[in-house]
Write a protein that binds this ligand. Sequence first.
Ligand SMILES: [Zn+2]
Length: 173
Amino acid sequence: MKQNQKKNYNKLSKYFRCLAVLGFFSICFTSCLDNEPAPIQIDHFIDNRLKPYFDKFKEEASARGFEFDFKELKVDGYIQGLSQSSVAGQCQTYETGNSAVIVQPIYWDNITELEKEFLIFHELGHCILDRAHLEDANPDGTCKSIMNSGGLFCDINYNIRTRDEYIDELFSN
Ligand SMILES: [Zn+2]
């Protein structure tokens, strides 16, 4: 995303978006009411458990002509408890200009590789691509976008066969 867009987005420091999961992606909130405490900023931090998925996102972006650096964009990644226990993950922005993907440990430990990719790509869709939720469904009821808010309005159908198409959609909007 462009730097000026990023700045505008960072102004919304009190507004953060999230993907909530109950069981397997069933409930989501489009915004969170509570502010999470800002993690201690050590220049730049991505939890080692999240790093492979951040790297995959960067690879998929690069394959589609988007080059960026997480450190330059000040986007971090943490696994830590969130005040809303039904929220699986969120993209939170801070007054410092940093933003962070924060993932709830209990979900992270109990979901598949593909579900982890889906969760991180969704949150980075907010943090990096500045995308909002998109609830549109295909005629068969499946979600059109990774950016759906957790399968509330369409059926999540993210799998090995469909992932390429979903990732194309993610970076083309
Ligand atoms: Zn979201």
